[in-house]
Ligand binder design. Structure first.
Ligand SMILES: *Cc1c(COP(=O)(O)O)cnc(C)c1O
Length: 380
């Protein structure tokens, strides 16, 4: 049987390259590598796509979160709620900003933060909540935004896995005071290296993020006039050109991911495999196709034997990392149990229905019977 990779970034590059080649070369010859018109063009298009008025290109998604919190004045003494089921960068950025992460557990259906878990994490020191649209799905924004408003919390979105995802028809990036995106190559919209953005409809916040990402230089100020102590977290022009080219294809690529996700669901009916649910109010962009399998490690090994690449997002819950152990103040039963079961199956725009079927067949075989049955069947 033919191998199925976890993703295929080269296929995306090949599709987009003819449309960006000339701009790429022009940028190299202009030698205007950091910021400049290509970055401004992408920022404008990205803000419009998200349904916000401003977008600030930065170096990566982790910086986007840290810079946003700092620009909001959130730091020492402040608590920020984050879901326990997320990539470590969400919580690490809170710590880097000088604040304290407070973990909240997730829904067993979607593995996304629930309004009740969020509310349970609120203390008198809580200033903000980072709502993470994990795996490509926006969580229950009706409930989360209402709970955040009730407790006076600033809402920041971590939309690193949700380019184009919607809730009630509104796109990720348009709900919070600010939203943070990563354009790491493997994300639904990925650069040819690291890149990120902060999206907001508050112009002062956008200006502050931009200044903090550019050595504390405020626009309009003289080149060596620094108003804040900032850092260097700017977007490269070459990344912006790649992103503008790929943005024109993001909707079509997300549509293909949805078609493959539907095929997975259809093919796995009647097996012991449970896929992470999509809420009917959410339009999922399936950054990851996450299955839950009781005997996950064995099934993953069998798929590997059949040259099918899979991943686990994430094997260690955020609050269980040694780096963040001091912030793990309560058990997170749903996240902790899910971490033992989750398996991310191949999902990328350039795969084929035949490949989806091959993965489903392998998963069905591996989960259908115990080891012994399978060995007997293989011998026969
Ligand atoms: C990728 C990712 C980040 C970090 O983005 P980088 O660009 O890799 O720094 C943050 N949060 C989530 C949920 C992510 O998936």
């Amino acid at each position: 049987m033919s191998a199925v990779p976890f993703t295929d970034l080269a296929a995306m590059t090949q599709e987009v390259w003819p449309s960006i080649e000339a701009d790429y070369m022009a940028c190299l010859l202009n030698a205007d590598f950091v910021g400049g018109p290509p970055v401004e063009t992408f920022e404008r298009e990205w803000a419009a796509y998200c349904g916000a008025s401003h977008s600030v290109g930065v170096a990566n998604g982790t910086d986007a979160i840290e810079l946003t919190l700092t620009a909001l004045g959130i730091g020492a003494g402040d608590e920020v709620i984050v879901p326990a089921n997320t990539f470590i960068a969400t919580a690490a950025a809170v710590v880097r900003a000088g604040a304290t992460p407070r973990f909240a557990d997730v829904s067993d259906e979607t593995l996304l933060m629930t309004p009740s878990a969020m509310t349970a994490a609120v203390t008198p020191r809580t200033r903000a909540v980072i709502i993470v649209h994990l795996y490509g799905q926006v969580p229950d924004m009706d409930g989360l935004l209402a709970a955040a408003a009730e407790h006076g919390l600033v809402v920041v979105e971590d939309a690193a896995q949700a380019h184009g995802a919607t809730w009630s028809g509104r796109r990720a990036g348009s709900f919070g005071t600010a939203a943070c995106f990563s354009f790491y190559p493997g994300k639904n919209l990925g650069a040819f290296g690291d890149a990120g953005a902060v999206v907001t409809s508050e112009p002062e916040l956008a200006d502050r993020v931009r200044a903090l990402a550019n050595h504390g230089r405020v626009s309009g100020a003289a080149h060596y006039e620094h108003i804040y102590v900032g850092s260097n977290s700017r977007m490269d022009a070459l990344q912006a050109i790649a992103l503008t080219g790929k943005l024109a294809r993001t909707e079509a690529w997300n549509e293909r991911r949805r078609a493959f996700a539907a095929r997975y669901r259809e093919q796995l009916i009647g097996t012991p495999v449970r896929l992470v649910d999509t809420d009917p109010r959410a339009e999922n962009v399936h950054h990851l196709l996450v299955a839950r399998i009781a005997d996950r490690d064995r099934v993953q090994a069998e798929l590997r034997d059949r040259s099918i690449q899979t991943g686990v997002h994430y094997p260690v819950p955020c609050h269980r990392h040694p780096a963040l152990g001091e912030f793990a103040d309560r058990p997170m039963p749903v996240t902790e149990h899910a971490a033992t079961e989750i398996l991310s199956l191949p999902m990328y725009p350039h795969m084929t229905f035949e490949q989806v079927d091959a993965v489903c067949e392998a998963v069905t075989d591996a989960t259908a019977a115990g080891r012994t049955d399978r060995e007997v069947r293989y011998v026969a």
